[in-house]
Design a protein around this ligand. Structure first.
Ligand code: P6P
Length: 333
């Protein structure tokens, strides 16, 4: 019989000295939020949640109604439990301190409540990404500065993928495990234990329309993939681009691949498109725990010292041997 997520976490927790069950309860609250988001995403037009909210987030991106709805769901499910001191979201300019009427806890939560939301109106898979940090010792009223911890400090990272199946994939630093939502009983069941990324791949994912803005090492790598055996590589490659990072990462966890949203000169002052705190770092923790590699092209993403809640970074992640090749091209440039 497949284990459900909470049973799996409780059994994991027994290996963690001093574990109090606080983390397990927090993950339970996050899981309920993901189930509620899955329901809203699945109902879509039937309950009038598609289309634009008529507002913009701090990124200057038009918010979809579901961006706002899913952010509200994450806040409502996680603010009352007493496990968090504060939260931060792609959809909120500032951090969200836990209201005084609720007890505060020892964790900080960052999340992108609906990643890939530009796909929601065209019924393509979207996801939720979350990351759990420890609130610094003795800090009861955290500020944004208390969130500025490198990815190596993450206690847990996970994503929910709202696709043909709704899945939850998490790591607490002891490998990566995938759970599928059984709608008949409303539980996430362990279906993909110990997920590992093959070290080699013949599939790359990048938004080719940005090609003229990339740096030379990325231009070289992608050109070689496109040429395949005719360009010096030992194999031919296939290309994918879903424009939903959660779907790309899940495909790579399942069958290998390399995903790149590299540095580009498209918009001056933007180091890349993806955000460090609630996209690049949680996905890096998951990918590294599954034997993959994550780099900006020049540095390991999880070692970056954050300097802002909504800081953007270049992201090159996936099958270790291919990411190492791209990093090598950067070194040689
Ligand atoms: P583009 C979604 O908006 C996102 O943050 C990632 O999920 C996705 O990989 C990327 O942006 C898509 O960007 O420029 O191709 O639309």
């Amino acid at each position: 019989m497949n284990k459900n997520l909470i049973q799996f976490i409780i059994e994991e927790e027994r290996h963690i000295p001093g574990a109090t069950g606080d983390f397990t309860d927090l993950l339970g609250d996050i899981t309920i939020a993901c189930k509620k988001i899955a329901h809203a995403v699945n109902k879509g037009a039937l309950i009038g949640v598609l289309g634009s909210a008529g507002s913009e987030n701090i990124q200057g991106e038009t918010q979809k109604k579901l961006d706002v709805i899913t952010n509200d769901i994450f806040i409502a499910e996680n603010e009352w439990g007493g496990h968090l001191a504060a939260m931060a979201s792609e959809e909120m300019d500032e951090i969200y301190p836990i209201p005084a009427k609720y007890p505060k806890g020892k964790y900080l939560l960052t999340f992108d409540p609906l990643d890939g939301s530009s796909n929601i109106d065209v019924n393509i898979s979207v996801g939720t990404i979350f990351s759990i940090l420890r609130c610094p010792e003795g800090v009861t009223n955290p500020t944004a500065a208390d969130f500025m911890q490198p990815g190596t400090k993450q206690v847990c990272a996970g994503y929910a993928l709202y696709g043909p199946s709704t899945m939850l994939v998490i790591t607490t630093g002891n490998g990566v495990n995938g759970f599928t939502l059984d709608n008949d009983i409303g539980e996430f069941m362990l279906t993909h234990p110990k997920m590992m990324i093959p070290a080699d791949t013949q599939e790359f994912a990048i938004n080719m329309s940005n090609r003229r803005y990339w740096e030379e090492p990325v231009q070289r790598y992608v050109e070689e993939c496109v040429k395949g055996k005719d360009g010096g590589r030992e194999k031919n490659f296939n290309m994918r681009w879903v424009a939903s990072m959660v779907a790309e990462v899940h495909r790579i966890l399942t069958r290998g691949g390399i995903f790149m949203y590299p540095f580009d000169t498209k918009e001056p002052g933007k180091a890349g498109k993806l955000r460090l705190m609630y996209e690049a770092n949680p996905m890096s923790f998951i990918v590294e725990q599954a034997g993959g590699m994550c780099s900006t092209g020049r540095e390991r993403i999880m070692e970056l010292q954050p300097n802002g809640l909504h800081q953007r970074v270049p992201v090159i992640l996936g099958s270790k041997n291919e990411v190492e090749r791209v990093v090598g091209y950067h070194k040689g440039a």
